[in-house]
Write a protein that binds this ligand. Sequence first.
Ligand code: LLP
Length: 418
Amino acid sequence: MTHFHYQNGALWCEGVPLSRIADEVGTPVYVYSAAAFRDHARGFRDALSGVPRKHLAYAIKANPNIAVLRLLAAEGYGADVVSGGEMARALAAGMPARDIVFSGVGKTPAELLRGLDAGIGQFNIELEEEGVVLARLAAERGLTARAVLRVNPDVDAGTHAKISTGRKENKFGVPIDQAAAMFARLSALPGLDLQGVAIHIGSQLFDLAPLEAAYNRVKALVDELRSSGHRVTRVDLGGGLGVAYKADDRPTPPADYGAMVECVTRGWDVELMFEPGRVIAANAGVLLTRVIWVKPGVVNPYVIVDAAMNDLARPALYDAWHDFAAVQPTGERMTGNIAGPVCETGDTFAMAREIDRVASGDLAVFHSAGAYGATMASTYNSRALVPEVLVDGDRYAVVADRITPETILAAERVPEWL
Ligand code: LLP
């Protein structure tokens, strides 16, 4: 969070005071630090410097803003995409198609086709039928689809159930014990160049042990495939590294992750693919908001802010914690509940939280909101779609407009028979 710092008693992002952004753009608004994105991107790459052949595909679902993608493309990152829409963004940001990985458990045939036409570098096949369809679509066009088979290693990642993906009852990947037979059938198909396997066991992982266990299972599969005569040149290790949301959170540092990967994958003789999302984006952004009212409560007062669950869904969806801090703290503290204006009790960011004392009209931020923030926003309660700002040194730009209810209303129709 070092690129968000207090200077003369006020919170700044790099060289820009957040109060200036609030005055000029309004609130709520996401504010990103370009320097933080660059630091995290370089830090993750440096952590893997001991891995000889690798490709970094930023999981753009974490923060798909086109300016963010352009910045990360300049850092040498490709993209991990999960829909035709994300693919279009990555291409529009200037990421070469060859550097794009197309993941996702429900890619439609139309999306597969768009990926083939664009020349996507790697399709991650999630079920046998998808591989068959992809092979057919490619062969019909005289193309070859470069692909890997995503396996489900049946490992408990020890994270929130809603973001765990590597247990056998989850919808992702093919069961690892069926993978070798499936690989053999798929690799025989014309139109498909099956190069290896992929895994991703979950997100916000604090512990290396489940990742290491999953990687070892993948290595056993690679050995089995090779002993059956298959060429395996690529293994996609997914994303999932956790970040600190609270001051006392101790996530695995990328350097420790890199050391583990280097050790576990030594001698694999493959190109390793990585799909980091949160570790690049989360602590590169805040959600800037203004306190509307401080409403007396039965036990603690309710701090009602102008950001809501539609702008930052994580607390409502996953009971996630985001630090809350005043932009101009007085030094006094209070215990309060923090809630948004949406008409649901679930629109509560925190209960009985010790926070900076704030009053009506004050500015505040939710920290660690750069990943899975703006991208998960909605217009529920006919609220505007929250805008995004990118700060770079002492300048900033609005990189996504506030989409107003009027604009959304203009896309709706009353049929003539009503
Ligand atoms: N690769 C695949 C195949 C994924 O499904 C994901 C995340 C990633 C990579 C990136 O994972 P990361 O490095 O960001 O942990 N909305 C939730 C997180 C959902 C993650 C979904 N998949 C949240 O706000 O916590």
